[in-house]
Write a protein that binds this ligand. Structure first.
Ligand code: KIV
Length: 296
């Protein structure tokens, strides 16, 4: 088993860690930014080795890791625990810790306190929160505390009930203008990047062209500055239906089911373990053991 690098001091950029100015330069050059979610140390290592720029410890963990039906129930303590696992092994990518529902809506003070915990205890490089309007002040407060913030508009799953379900946003001229105004306000408030979820491609492209900060799309078309996908969706680890914007790059759930089935068959038939999987004791020690046993 490999040994994980030991805990770096939270929020201290290690050697080779990407920086926000480098991310901004990628946008200016037109280099696309790759973001993926991850919720544990092995996934973070693999994402790092694949060369992604951003890892999001998303509150989708509530659904794909913890078995909840929505993202709402996950707690700040749980998000810190998962973020800590990711930041233990991710070296180069910037790690974004998601502020869960209930950890920032009450006041600017609550938002800053929660963000500081994600950075100090979870080791996050940046935090993310959903929404605009009153949440713009939260972005400003957190950025004012010198913590990088990723804003998230469009379909914001924490408020899916208010939005009328998991549906695309910004599909009327008025709603699209509102999204653009929200994006500009969040940028002015100090957001370092913006996630656009389930937004018409034309609108996301226009927002991306208008903003100086990078946009990261999910279900927002190819005109965004980068893309994010949920680990379990991308790798086919999540049984059940996926949104239309998901492309599965593997069927790991199928491969795991097959491997587990073979393992169970081998255990039941005695085909596993074999000689090579077991430890031995020298013959003379075994003889002494047997002799001691019969003397009892
Ligand atoms: O929590 C999450 O994984 C997210 C992405 C879907 C953007 O917010």
């Amino acid at each position: 088993m490999s040994v994980w690098p030991r805990d770096p001091a939270p929020s201290t950029p290690g050697p080779g860690k990407l920086t926000l100015p480098e991310l901004a330069a990628m946008k200016r050059r037109g280099d696309r930014i790759v973001m993926v979610t991850a919720y544990d140390a092995p996934a973070a290592t693999l994402a790092d080795q694949a060369g992604v720029e951003l890892i999001l410890v998303g509150d989708t963990a509530a659904m794909v890791m913890l078995g909840h039906a929505s993202t709402v129930p996950v707690t700040l303590d749980e998000m810190i625990f998962l973020t800590r696992a990711v930041t233990r092994t991710a070296q180069r990518p910037l790690v974004v810790g998601d502020l869960p529902f209930g950890s920032y809506e009450v006041s600017d003070e609550q938002a800053v306190t929660s963000a500081i915990r994600l950075v100090k205890e979870g080791g996050a490089d940046l935090v993310k929160l959903e929404g605009a309007g009153r949440m713009t002040a939260r972005v400003e407060a957190i950025a004012g505390a010198n913590i990088g913030v990723v804003a998230h508009i469009g379909l914001t799953p924490q408020s899916a009930t208010k939005l009328g379900g998991f549906r695309a946003q910004g599909r009327t001229a008025d709603a699209a203008l509102q999204l653009l105004d929200d994006a500009l306000a969040l940028q002015a408030a100090g957001a370092s990047a913006l996630v656009l979820e389930a937004v018409p491609a034309q609108i996301a492209t226009r927002i991306s062209q208008t903003l100086a900060i990078p946009t990261i799309g999910i279900g927002a078309g190819a005109g965004c500055d980068g893309q994010v996908m949920v680990w379990h969706d991308l790798l086919g680890l999540f049984a059940g239906s996926t949104p239309r914007f998901v492309r599965r790059y593997a069927d790991l759930a199928g491969q795991i089911a097959e491997a587990l089935g073979q393992y169970a068959d081998d255990v039941r038939s005695g085909a596993f373990p074999e000689e090579q999987h077991t430890y031995s004791i020298p013959d003379e020690e075994l003889a002494r053991f047997e002799a001691a046993l019969s003397a009892r």
